[in-house]
Design a binder for this molecule. Structure first.
Ligand code: SAM
Length: 265
């Protein structure tokens, strides 16, 4: 079906997938239905999909909810989706990273076969803005999963690992072979699900983590000035670096700094 859509679109408009936008379209019906099942959509859920492409996931998703919003950077794909039979969705043509005022706090579920070149930035924006989403389901590069679940003291540990851990429960659901896409990407992919826990993340936290990991070999105190009292309060050594701290400790420190009124966090 996706192959037919691609041929049709190519004949009508000369469209061919843009590698610079990470356009690898999912064409395996079993994988598509497994991803949609994982999203566990209820009719009343407000669902956001980033990068719908040719609508592999959007079409089945739109049958499950009356509230589906799609954000697609490529206007050729957006206009193709606008005419797709049976697709009931609001379509926003935009680079998601530049998008404002899209009603972010109102979304319950987020789904994306992520464009891999901006995977981290899109996930960070979602954590910062879609603060009430109870579930997020993503296709990512399999290698990138190590960064999602990295532990303190490792090279891969950084803002993304901390945010995923603080958001809630992260599960690697299954691996997806290159042959499931047209055109095939260079690497194997995997589908992950994230289920929200008790914490509500925000933009301030994302900024704080970017700040403390910016110079990762530097002491925390050199990256964020004037936090001696908060470090003492939490029994954190003044020589400590962000990469040595567990996500919960960074969360406590962020909140202690906010409570103290320090404007740097
Ligand atoms: N969801 C479709 C699927 O599963 O077949 C397409 C997935 S494809 C890996 C990534 C999609 O994200 C493409 O349609 C691409 O045009 C779109 N995209 C890339 N960068 C984007 C951005 N910054 N904002 C919104 N969409 C983007």
């Amino acid at each position: 079906m996706i192959r037919d859509d691609l041929i049709k679109l190519n004949e009508q408009t000369g469209f061919s997938p843009e590698l610079k936008f990470g356009q690898n379209f999912l064409s395996d019906e079993n994988i598509i239905s497994d991803i949609v099942d994982l999203c566990d959509i209820k009719k009343s859920d407000k669902v956001l999909e980033i990068g719908p492409g040719l609508g592999s996931l959007s079409l089945p998703l739109s049958g499950l909810t009356d509230n589906l919003t799609l954000v697609e950077i490529d206007k050729r794909l957006a206009s193709f989706l606008g005419e797709k039979e049976g697709l009931n969705a609001k379509i926003i043509v935009s680079d998601f990273l530049k998008l404002k005022d899209y009603g972010a706090p109102g979304f319950d579920k987020i789904v994306s076969n992520l464009p891999y070149y901006v995977m981290t930035d899109i996930m960070k924006k979602l954590f910062a803005e879609c603060v009430n989403a109870g579930k997020m389901v993503f296709m990512i590069e399999e290698d990138a999963f190590n960064r999602v679940v990295a532990k303190p003291g490792t090279k891969q540990y950084g803002p993304l690992s901390v945010l995923c851990s603080l958001y809630g429960n992260v599960v690697k659901e299954f691996t997806v072979q290159r042959s499931a896409f047209i055109p095939a990407p260079n690497t194997t992919s995997c589908v992950i699900s994230l289920t929200k826990g008790e914490r509500t993340l925000d933009q301030g936290l994302v900024n704080f983590l970017d700040q403390v990991f910016r110079m990762r070999r530097k002491k925390l105190l050199n990256n964020v000035k004037g936090i001696e009292d908060q470090l003492d309060l939490l029994n954190i050594d003044h020589n400590c670096r962000a990469e040595q701290l567990e996500p919960e400790a960074l969360w406590s420190l962020y909140n202690a700094i906010i409570e103290s009124g320090n404007k740097q966090a």
